[in-house]
Structure formats: structure tokens, C-alpha cells
Design a protein around this ligand. Structure first.
Ligand code: ATP
Length: 309
């Protein structure tokens, strides 16, 4: 019943966000594919394994008329693949996340989940396939376990231990008096920024998403946290597909594919080495240290992320 209550509260919140964004109400006949409905196993449940988990086909989108942000963006994320999205500030990376989360609908083109056009699926069903970890990690006053399980309160001990291990949080469990039952201070004050991010990752992974959307932290992580995040990123693809807004060389170097967003399109796609020589935009991002090597200080990218929203 607690889970049902949480879901209802969550749905209420989504509905309020949709109202605020003035999204048109969706027609009632939109469905959830039966195979997706098997909760807590979705990462392994796909409609058709050969279809990409997510595909954007020729997407056009603008927040206001005549000011397109995306103009013909196409790329896909295959099963268990890690795709990194890079681009200059304002290129539209967060906009892609907003569209995939279905807070907006594309003006043209198609968004497909498991090969199914999003237009025929309910927004809630699409959102249940994804988990989002953004820069605003929320750590609430409560135990470490509460913080990890609050979206899945009936998670088993084994499931919790598994995501603790996956998110490289064993050190926190050892350090915190009481371990998983230890109380995190107000806003997670007992944790470093990197640890807070990994608590958010553990929480997201516990819900077993088919696709993880990760907006990688732009702020400085110390070497230990940087190494931990890199290890988590590498291992997470054993569980689900990942689309990451990447700011670090350590992330993009491990990505199966990097999509360089420029002028509203995928200006180039490929792996790090080939893009360094083949994509002027990517070369510029790397040279300008928008993509920073592990452990470097933030001075090269201190521009705050401003959002005109
Ligand atoms: P950054 O790396 O700085 O976060 P980004 O690549 O994520 O940038 P977006 O935040 O997606 O870029 O923004 C793309 C464009 O859309 C920008 O020109 C931005 O000003 C505009 N934009 C973003 N959100 C809104 C909004 N809610 N209303 C109107 N315009 C918006």
C-alpha cells in the first residue's frame, strides 16, 4: 500500500508538472505494453530485444515558435549501451532529456521506446522505463537505507546490497555509524558531493530502469569520487542502458558511442579517438576542457549552468 501511495503521489506530481508546462492532456487509449508492466524486472523485459531501448528519429523541437532548439536530431541507444551526449552550453542536451522524459512533445520526427512510437504510449509508461539522475541530487534527512529505497520501499535486503555495491557505496556504509541504518545529516551533510550523486544513482538503479538518464556532475569531484563514478558508469551497463550528458573525458572515453550535438543535430557520432580527429566541435570541446580529464579542478568550466526556465 505504501508503494501504491508513493506511485499516486508521484503521478500527482507529474500531472502538476504537465499542467504547469501546459502539455495537452493525453488521449485515454494510450497503452503500456504488457511486457513493460512487469514491474521491477523491466531492465530485462523488452518488447523486442533487437530494437534500441531509445531512438530519436529526425526530431525537431523548439520551446517557442520559430526558435528551434533541435532540428532533425537522430540517434539511438541500444541495449546495455552507454551513449554520451556532448555539446556546447545551450546545444540542447537537457532538452533531449526533457523530451525523453516526455515533459514536452517533439514538433516533428519520432521518439521510440523499444521500437514503439512514444505517441502511442502513455507518458507514465515511458517514464516507468527510465530513471533520471541529474545535478540536483536530493538527499533527505533520514537513514542511508531510506534514501536509497524511498521510491521502492519494499526492496529486499539483497536488492539494496546489490545497488550499494554497484554504486560503490560500501565505504559510506562502513563509515556511517549504523551502516545502512545510519542517519544522513540534513541535506546529506555527512556525504561528499560524489557520494550524494552515487546515493542518487543507487536509488535510480533500485527501480531497475531500462534506461538511465544521467546528467553528470559538472562540479569538481576528488580523485576517489571521480574513480568511483567512472567504475559505476562502467558497471551500470550490465544492468541497463545509459544516456549520459557527459562533461568528463573519463566518461566519454568509456562510452560506447558519443553523440556530438551541434546546431540542433547530431553533428558527429563515434568513439572518443575518432571524434578527436573527425569532429571539429568535439575537438574544440575537448581542447577547451569542457570534457575534462579525471581529477582536474573546475576552473576551466566554472561557468554556472544557467537555465532560463
Ligand atoms: P547546458 O550545457 O548549458 O546545460 P544544454 O545543452 O543542456 O546547455 P538546453 O538547456 O537544452 O541546453 O537549452 C537549449 C536551448 O533551449 C537554449 O537556447 C536554452 O536557452 C533554451 N531553453 C531551454 N529551456 C527552455 C525553456 N524552458 N524555455 C525556453 N527556452 C529554453
Amino acid at each position: 500500500f505504501r508503494a501504491v501511495g508513493l506511485i499516486q503521489r508521484g503521478m500527482g506530481a507529474y500531472q502538476r508538472i504537465e499542467q504547469a508546462l501546459s502539455l495537452p492532456a493525453e488521449p485515454p487509449q494510450r497503452e503500456t505494453p504488457a511486457v513493460w508492466a512487469r514491474t521491477r524486472e523491466p531492465a530485462r523485459q523488452t518488447v523486442s530485444p533487437e530494437e534500441p531501448v531509445l531512438a530519436l528519429r529526425d526530431i525537431g523541437f523548439g520551446y517557442v515558435p520559430d526558435r528551434p532548439v533541435l532540428r532533425g536530431l537522430s540517434f539511438s541507444v541500444a541495449h546495455r549501451q552507454q551513449v554520451a551526449l556532448v555539446g556546447r552550453s545551450g546545444a540542447g542536451k537537457s532538452t533531449v532529456f526533457a523530451l525523453v522524459s516526455r515533459f514536452y512533445e517533439p514538433d516533428s520526427g519520432a521518439l521510440l521506446f523499444d521500437g514503439l512510437p512514444a505517441g502511442g504510449l502513455s507518458r507514465a509508461a515511458c517514464r516507468a522505463r527510465i530513471a533520471v539522475v541529474d545535478q540536483n541530487t536530493h538527499v533527505v534527512h533520514g537513514t542511508l537505507r531510506d534514501n536509497i529505497t524511498y521510491a521502492v520501499p519494499d526492496a529486499t535486503e539483497a536488492e539494496v546490497r546489490h545497488v550499494v555495491e554497484l554504486a560503490r557505496l560500501e565505504g559510506v556504509v562502513r563509515r556511517l555509524p549504523g551502516g545502512l541504518a545510519g542517519v544522513l545529516g540534513e541535506r546529506g551533510g555527512t556525504l561528499s558531493a560524489g557520494e550524494r550523486q552515487r546515493v542518487a544513482l543507487a536509488r535510480a538503479l533500485l527501480a531497475r530502469p531500462a534506461l538511465l538518464l544521467l546528467d553528470e556532475p559538472t562540479s569538481h569531484l576528488d580523485t576517489i569520487n571521480e574513480t568511483a563514478l567512472t567504475a559505476v558508469m562502467r558497471d551500470v551497463t550490465r544492468e541497463c542502458s545509459v544516456l549520459v550528458i557527459a562533461h568528463r573525458l573519463s566518461t566519454v572515453q568509456h562510452a560506447d558511442r558519443i553523440v556530438v550535438l551541434d546546431d540542433g543535430r547530431a553533428a558527429a557520432c563515434g568513439r572518443h579517438e575518432e571524434l578527436l580527429t573527425g569532429s571539429p566541435v568535439y575537438h574544440e570541446l575537448a581542447a577547451g576542457q569542457m570534457l575534462r580529464p579525471a581529477g582536474t579542478r573546475t576552473s576551466a568550466v566554472t561557468t554556472p549552468r544557467t537555465r532560463p526556465r
